[in-house]
Design a protein around this ligand. Structure first.
Ligand code: ATP
Length: 252
């Protein structure tokens, strides 16, 4: 579904992404796991067609994403880490607006919006302005909007941040459901638990490069000390004691 070859992004003189080769299959939930500044968001933005790569190629469902951005956007749903919502629209107006952008036929858009609002427990608030929504409600609405046009590829940047356990469970369900339908989910996270619990395969990204790639089980078996914990491998690759504190916090 996704094929990246030598994908790179340079901001001025800084190489944020330094030659990523990656193949993500249909029906996979795939995670980019890495510390802050690793280049995850930059990679996802290039995939979503929001940033032009400095070099390398991106193919989504066989289509060159740089040469044919609109075709690729038709196949893709994207949820950024800090989504922008039009606060003065009601939830159903927001969905109608997004459906218009993706050219979803009107009747289909209405049916789909009803379905998604119900699934994300937003039906009771559909006529209310987005500005009054809690963080979790906004996250659910943004995800509903990204799913409106039934994308074959869903790209989500840091999906679980700030969500309560119920919200996290719901999002995991959505990812699994998409994968079961043969669609692909690509997400970024710096939370080890998210990678362990929802991803079929994970790439650990450090300094703009893939430092390790495999199923969580495969990565665990590569960890030092024979303890079989993903965080050991993560520490090994990322290096630095500052991560032990971060990992301690992430582990609760
Ligand atoms: P986080 O987990 O903090 O979101 P990330 O892995 O998503 O991190 P990116 O946001 O892709 O990382 O950033 C990668 C590097 O590129 C960082 O060092 C960041 O400061 C730098 N960077 C990102 N956007 C720009 C920009 N527009 N101009 C210059 N540097 C940038």
């Amino acid at each position: 579904m996704i094929r990246l070859e030598a994908l790179a992004k340079r901001y001025g003189r800084f190489d944020a992404v330094q030659g990523i080769d990656l193949h993500v299959r249909e029906g996979e939930v795939f995670g980019l796991l890495g510390p802050n500044g690793a280049g995850k968001t930059t990679t996802l933005k290039m995939l979503a067609g929001l940033l032009r790569p400095s070099s390398g190629s991106i193919r989504i469902a066989g289509i060159d994403a740089v040469a044919h951005p609109v075709e690729v956007k038709r196949l893709t749903g994207y949820v950024p880490d800090r989504p922008y919502l039009y606060e003065k629209l009601a939830a159903d107006e927001f969905l109608e607006f997004i459906a218009g952008i993706y050219e979803v036929p009107e009747a289909e858009a209405r049916r789909r919006a009803d379905e998604l609002l119900e699934f994300f427990s937003l039906t009771a608030f559909r006529g209310e302005l987005v500005e009054g929504f809690s963080h979790g409600m906004k996250q659910r609405l943004v995800l509903a909007a990204a799913l409106l046009h039934r994308p074959r590829l869903l790209i989500v940047d840091e999906p679980m941040v700030g969500l309560d356990p119920k919200g996290v469970r719901l999002i995991k369900q959505v990812f699994r459901h998409k994968a079961e339908q043969g669609d692909t989910v690509l997400l970024s996270t710096h939370a080890l638990e998210v990678a362990e619990e929802v991803c079929d395969r994970v790439a650990i990204v450090v300094g703009g490069r893939i430092a390790a790639l495999g199923t969580v089980e495969e990565l665990r078996s590569r960890s030092i000390g024979g303890r079989g914990r993903l965080e050991d491998l993560f520490m090994q690759l990322v290096g630095g004691d500052e991560w032990s504190e971060v990992i301690r916090v992430l582990r609760g």
